[in-house]
Design a protein around this ligand. Structure first.
Ligand SMILES: [Zn+2]
Length: 335
């Protein structure tokens, strides 16, 4: 009797179990047959002199304010970051310089002509291209164009307590660490103080900083249709163009790429071509050299300007103790 009650039960369980296994295998095999949707390999005009091995630090900051928080860097710690970077031999480059690999050719170009009176503040500053021999490249990026990054005082001078102001003071004492940042801006924010926008942009341009796209509305791109993503990209590229800059790169909001990642490379909208040369993510490690086989231009990792695990101090400690090899320009290269 016992056999008659249990057999159908065992049989049913076995059939259900077997069906589950088979369906699982079947679905897995169908997935594996599909070609993996990978981004095509982009050939960059990277200098052949660059080695394949070695890393570059791409730092990510948001707000620079009095008190340290998850996404905020305190003024004190930002100042310390600059000192630490400088002491370990880092020198700033822009995101465009990094992806082109052209940070290797150091040169100082005096702006303006000798017959022009130095009445304009920006004419007096030399433009520094690349980084000096024997130093390490660092890309310092700021997301969201929060007012704490760049604020002007009533007289039009840079507030010494905003990120750019802190860096400007540091650069005055360390001329080989000029203010050279990449700002991933949001049109709605643009550091506030609308009346000073033009002046701020002129200062940044003069110092060799660059702007990049952070989209128009900071939406999670996974949740948008292709048409919406195209508008987010194209409108922000056009916005930055109107400010007199070129948006070569984009910082993906929340580090999330659109469902159709090919849109990052380029697309046509209203008869015009739009696209980026590279995209940066939210974290959480050093980036390979653009000459490396592991370099993926649309998945460039960044290191967050925070304390703790995988933050700036974590990686700088590794550099200090020789556990992370950051690319260093040749010491013997002639100036
Ligand atoms: Zn953001």
């Amino acid at each position: 009797m016992r056999f008659h009650y249990t057999f159908p039960f065992v049989l049913t369980i076995s059939v259900v179990f077997l069906t589950l296994i088979l369906s699982g295998c079947a679905s897995r095999s169908t997935i594996s047959k599909k070609p993996a949707k990978k981004m095509p390999v982009v050939k960059h005009p990277v200098k052949k002199t660059l080695p394949r091995k070695g890393h570059v630090l791409v730092l990510e900051y948001h707000k620079v304010v009095k008190k340290e928080a998850r996404w905020d860097r305190s003024i004190d710690r930002f100042c310390k970051d600059l000192h630490l970077l400088y002491d370990q031999g880092f020198r700033p480059i822009t995101m465009s310089e990094y992806i082109s690999g052209n940070f290797d050719s150091y040169s100082v170009v005096q702006k303006g002509n000798w017959w022009e009176p130095p009445v304009m503040h920006f004419l007096e500053r030399p433009a520094i291209k690349g980084i000096p021999p024997g130093t390490k490249p660092v890309v310092i990026t700021f997301d969201d164009s929060h007012p704490s990054q760049l604020r002007l005082l009533a007289d039009g001078s840079v507030d010494p307590d905003c990120a750019v102001g802190i860096w400007e003071r540091f650069a005055a004492k360390h001329p080989d660490f000029p203010v050279k940042a990449t700002f991933y801006v949001l049109p709605e924010m643009m550091w506030g103080q609308k009346k000073w926008r033009h002046q701020k942009l002129r200062i940044l341009k003069d110092w060799g900083c660059e702007l990049g796209s952070h989209t128009m509305n900071h939406s999670n791109l996974q949740h948008l249709s292709n048409e919406q993503v195209k508008k987010e990209f194209a409108h922000s590229i056009r916005f930055i163009e109107k400010l007199g800059f070129t948006a070569n790169t984009i910082a993906l909001p929340y580090g999330v790429a659109p469902r159709n990642r090919y849109l990052l490379r380029g697309f046509k909208l209203d008869g015009k071509w739009y696209g980026f040369k590279a995209a940066v993510l939210g974290g959480a490690g050093p980036a390979p050299l653009p000459s490396s086989k592991r370099f993926e231009p649309f998945r460039i990792p960044r290191v967050q300007g925070i304390n703790g695990f995988l933050g700036i101090n974590y990686w700088l400690r590794k550099v200090k103790y020789g556990k992370l090899r950051i690319y260093t320009t040749s010491k013997t290269r002639p100036l």
